[in-house]
Design a protein around this ligand. Structure first.
Ligand code: FMN
Length: 180
Protein backbone atom coordinates (compact mmCIF):
# COMPACT_ATOMS: atom_id res chain seq x y z
CA UNK A 1 0.00 0.00 0.00
CA UNK A 2 1.39 3.39 -1.00
CA UNK A 3 2.10 5.60 2.00
CA UNK A 4 4.78 7.94 0.73
CA UNK A 5 4.56 10.95 -1.50
CA UNK A 6 6.24 9.28 -4.46
CA UNK A 7 5.84 10.79 -7.90
CA UNK A 8 2.31 10.41 -9.20
CA UNK A 9 1.82 10.54 -12.94
CA UNK A 10 -1.94 10.97 -12.83
CA UNK A 11 -3.72 14.06 -11.50
CA UNK A 12 -4.42 13.54 -7.81
CA UNK A 13 -7.91 13.90 -6.34
CA UNK A 14 -8.56 14.14 -2.63
CA UNK A 15 -11.94 12.68 -1.70
CA UNK A 16 -12.97 14.12 1.67
CA UNK A 17 -15.56 11.93 3.40
CA UNK A 18 -17.68 13.21 6.30
CA UNK A 19 -19.83 11.30 8.78
CA UNK A 20 -23.16 11.12 6.97
CA UNK A 21 -24.98 7.83 6.57
CA UNK A 22 -24.73 8.07 2.79
CA UNK A 23 -20.90 7.80 3.07
CA UNK A 24 -21.31 4.02 2.93
CA UNK A 25 -21.54 4.41 -0.84
CA UNK A 26 -18.37 6.45 -1.34
CA UNK A 27 -16.71 3.72 -3.38
CA UNK A 28 -19.04 4.67 -6.22
CA UNK A 29 -17.34 8.07 -6.38
CA UNK A 30 -13.87 6.59 -6.08
CA UNK A 31 -14.41 4.10 -8.90
CA UNK A 32 -15.94 6.77 -11.15
CA UNK A 33 -13.02 9.11 -10.46
CA UNK A 34 -10.48 6.43 -11.26
CA UNK A 35 -12.30 5.67 -14.51
CA UNK A 36 -12.06 9.35 -15.44
CA UNK A 37 -8.29 9.31 -14.94
CA UNK A 38 -7.87 10.55 -11.37
CA UNK A 39 -5.64 8.94 -8.83
CA UNK A 40 -7.55 9.07 -5.54
CA UNK A 41 -6.58 9.53 -1.90
CA UNK A 42 -9.26 9.60 0.79
CA UNK A 43 -9.25 11.91 3.80
CA UNK A 44 -12.07 11.11 6.22
CA UNK A 45 -13.19 13.00 9.27
CA UNK A 46 -12.45 11.14 12.52
CA UNK A 47 -16.15 10.50 13.06
CA UNK A 48 -16.51 9.12 9.52
CA UNK A 49 -13.85 6.49 10.20
CA UNK A 50 -16.02 5.08 13.00
CA UNK A 51 -18.15 2.82 10.83
CA UNK A 52 -19.63 5.20 8.25
CA UNK A 53 -17.87 3.46 5.35
CA UNK A 54 -15.77 0.37 4.70
CA UNK A 55 -12.24 1.57 5.44
CA UNK A 56 -10.55 -1.63 4.28
CA UNK A 57 -12.45 -1.67 0.99
CA UNK A 58 -11.58 1.96 0.28
CA UNK A 59 -7.93 1.39 1.13
CA UNK A 60 -7.86 -1.61 -1.19
CA UNK A 61 -9.60 0.39 -3.93
CA UNK A 62 -7.26 3.39 -3.73
CA UNK A 63 -4.09 1.47 -2.80
CA UNK A 64 -3.47 4.06 -0.11
CA UNK A 65 -4.17 4.55 3.55
CA UNK A 66 -7.29 6.51 4.49
CA UNK A 67 -6.04 9.58 6.28
CA UNK A 68 -7.93 11.14 9.18
CA UNK A 69 -5.19 12.58 11.38
CA UNK A 70 -2.13 14.70 10.89
CA UNK A 71 1.19 12.99 10.18
CA UNK A 72 4.02 13.20 12.69
CA UNK A 73 6.37 16.07 11.87
CA UNK A 74 9.21 13.70 10.95
CA UNK A 75 7.08 11.60 8.61
CA UNK A 76 6.89 12.24 4.85
CA UNK A 77 3.66 13.60 3.40
CA UNK A 78 1.40 10.56 2.88
CA UNK A 79 -0.30 11.97 -0.26
CA UNK A 80 0.89 14.17 -3.11
CA UNK A 81 -0.53 17.70 -3.22
CA UNK A 82 -4.08 17.70 -4.62
CA UNK A 83 -4.97 18.78 -8.15
CA UNK A 84 -8.62 18.87 -7.06
CA UNK A 85 -10.79 18.00 -4.07
CA UNK A 86 -14.24 16.39 -3.89
CA UNK A 87 -16.07 16.62 -0.55
CA UNK A 88 -18.73 13.91 -0.58
CA UNK A 89 -20.74 13.59 1.48
CA UNK A 90 -20.28 16.95 3.21
CA UNK A 91 -21.97 17.29 6.61
CA UNK A 92 -23.57 20.31 8.24
CA UNK A 93 -20.79 20.25 10.81
CA UNK A 94 -17.87 20.18 8.37
CA UNK A 95 -19.36 22.80 6.04
CA UNK A 96 -19.88 25.21 8.94
CA UNK A 97 -16.44 24.61 10.43
CA UNK A 98 -14.78 25.04 7.04
CA UNK A 99 -16.56 28.34 6.39
CA UNK A 100 -15.60 29.56 9.86
CA UNK A 101 -11.98 28.41 9.50
CA UNK A 102 -12.13 26.01 12.43
CA UNK A 103 -9.45 23.57 11.31
CA UNK A 104 -9.77 21.01 14.08
CA UNK A 105 -9.75 17.94 11.82
CA UNK A 106 -7.32 17.05 9.05
CA UNK A 107 -10.28 17.11 6.67
CA UNK A 108 -11.31 20.69 7.48
CA UNK A 109 -7.72 21.87 7.65
CA UNK A 110 -7.08 20.37 4.21
CA UNK A 111 -10.17 22.09 2.81
CA UNK A 112 -9.20 25.46 4.25
CA UNK A 113 -5.71 25.14 2.79
CA UNK A 114 -6.83 23.85 -0.60
CA UNK A 115 -9.25 26.74 -0.99
CA UNK A 116 -6.51 29.20 -0.12
CA UNK A 117 -4.24 27.64 -2.72
CA UNK A 118 -6.91 27.93 -5.41
CA UNK A 119 -7.29 24.17 -5.83
CA UNK A 120 -10.68 23.37 -7.45
CA UNK A 121 -13.12 21.98 -4.85
CA UNK A 122 -16.51 20.37 -5.45
CA UNK A 123 -18.90 19.70 -2.58
CA UNK A 124 -21.92 17.41 -2.35
CA UNK A 125 -23.68 18.23 0.92
CA UNK A 126 -25.89 15.67 2.63
CA UNK A 127 -27.76 17.84 5.10
CA UNK A 128 -31.34 17.45 6.32
CA UNK A 129 -33.83 20.19 5.56
CA UNK A 130 -34.07 21.07 9.25
CA UNK A 131 -30.32 21.61 9.57
CA UNK A 132 -30.07 23.35 6.20
CA UNK A 133 -32.57 25.93 7.49
CA UNK A 134 -30.12 27.08 10.16
CA UNK A 135 -28.88 30.59 9.32
CA UNK A 136 -25.27 29.61 10.04
CA UNK A 137 -25.44 26.96 7.32
CA UNK A 138 -26.92 29.38 4.80
CA UNK A 139 -24.15 31.87 5.62
CA UNK A 140 -21.54 29.12 5.27
CA UNK A 141 -22.73 28.29 1.75
CA UNK A 142 -22.60 31.95 0.74
CA UNK A 143 -19.11 32.31 2.17
CA UNK A 144 -17.73 29.15 0.58
CA UNK A 145 -19.31 29.94 -2.80
CA UNK A 146 -17.68 33.35 -2.56
CA UNK A 147 -14.34 31.56 -2.16
CA UNK A 148 -14.96 29.76 -5.46
CA UNK A 149 -16.08 26.43 -3.99
CA UNK A 150 -18.47 24.56 -6.32
CA UNK A 151 -21.61 23.00 -4.84
CA UNK A 152 -23.92 20.28 -6.08
CA UNK A 153 -27.65 20.53 -5.47
CA UNK A 154 -29.03 20.27 -1.95
CA UNK A 155 -29.55 16.66 -0.86
CA UNK A 156 -31.36 15.96 2.41
CA UNK A 157 -31.28 12.17 2.41
CA UNK A 158 -34.95 12.26 3.30
CA UNK A 159 -37.49 10.05 1.51
CA UNK A 160 -39.33 11.52 -1.46
CA UNK A 161 -43.13 11.45 -1.96
CA UNK A 162 -42.93 7.80 -3.10
CA UNK A 163 -41.19 6.83 0.14
CA UNK A 164 -37.90 6.05 -1.61
CA UNK A 165 -34.67 7.89 -0.94
CA UNK A 166 -33.30 9.67 -4.01
CA UNK A 167 -29.89 8.48 -5.22
CA UNK A 168 -26.95 10.50 -4.01
CA UNK A 169 -25.40 12.20 -7.05
CA UNK A 170 -21.83 11.00 -6.52
CA UNK A 171 -20.53 11.69 -10.03
CA UNK A 172 -21.79 15.29 -9.95
CA UNK A 173 -18.71 16.05 -7.88
CA UNK A 174 -16.54 14.97 -10.82
CA UNK A 175 -18.69 16.87 -13.31
CA UNK A 176 -18.22 20.03 -11.21
CA UNK A 177 -14.45 19.57 -11.35
CA UNK A 178 -14.29 18.85 -15.08
CA UNK A 179 -11.59 16.89 -16.88
CA UNK A 180 -8.63 15.77 -14.75
C1 FMN B 1 -26.12 7.28 11.35
C2 FMN B 1 -25.81 8.75 11.28
C3 FMN B 1 -26.04 9.42 10.11
C4 FMN B 1 -25.76 10.80 10.01
N1 FMN B 1 -26.03 11.44 8.84
C5 FMN B 1 -25.75 12.75 8.74
C6 FMN B 1 -26.02 13.44 7.52
O1 FMN B 1 -26.52 12.89 6.55
N2 FMN B 1 -25.68 14.77 7.46
C7 FMN B 1 -25.11 15.43 8.51
O2 FMN B 1 -24.83 16.63 8.37
N3 FMN B 1 -24.87 14.80 9.70
C8 FMN B 1 -25.17 13.49 9.83
N4 FMN B 1 -24.91 12.84 11.00
C9 FMN B 1 -24.35 13.61 12.14
C10 FMN B 1 -22.83 13.74 11.99
O3 FMN B 1 -22.24 12.44 12.00
C11 FMN B 1 -22.25 14.57 13.13
O4 FMN B 1 -22.71 15.90 13.04
C12 FMN B 1 -20.75 14.56 13.15
O5 FMN B 1 -20.28 15.38 14.21
C13 FMN B 1 -20.18 15.08 11.84
O6 FMN B 1 -18.79 15.04 11.92
P1 FMN B 1 -17.88 15.42 10.67
O7 FMN B 1 -18.46 16.64 10.02
O8 FMN B 1 -16.53 15.72 11.29
O9 FMN B 1 -17.84 14.25 9.76
C14 FMN B 1 -25.20 11.47 11.12
C15 FMN B 1 -24.94 10.77 12.30
C16 FMN B 1 -25.25 9.44 12.38
C17 FMN B 1 -24.96 8.71 13.67
Amino acid sequence: MTEDAGASRKPFLYVVVCAAGIAAGVEELIVAAQRRGWEVGVIATPVATGGFFDLAAVQARTGRIVRSAWRSPADPRPFPAPDAVAVAPATFNTVNKWAAGIADTLAVSTLCEAAGLGVPIAVLPCVSGALAAHPAYRDSLVRLRGMGVRFGDAYSGEPGPDGGRPEFPWTTALDLLGEP
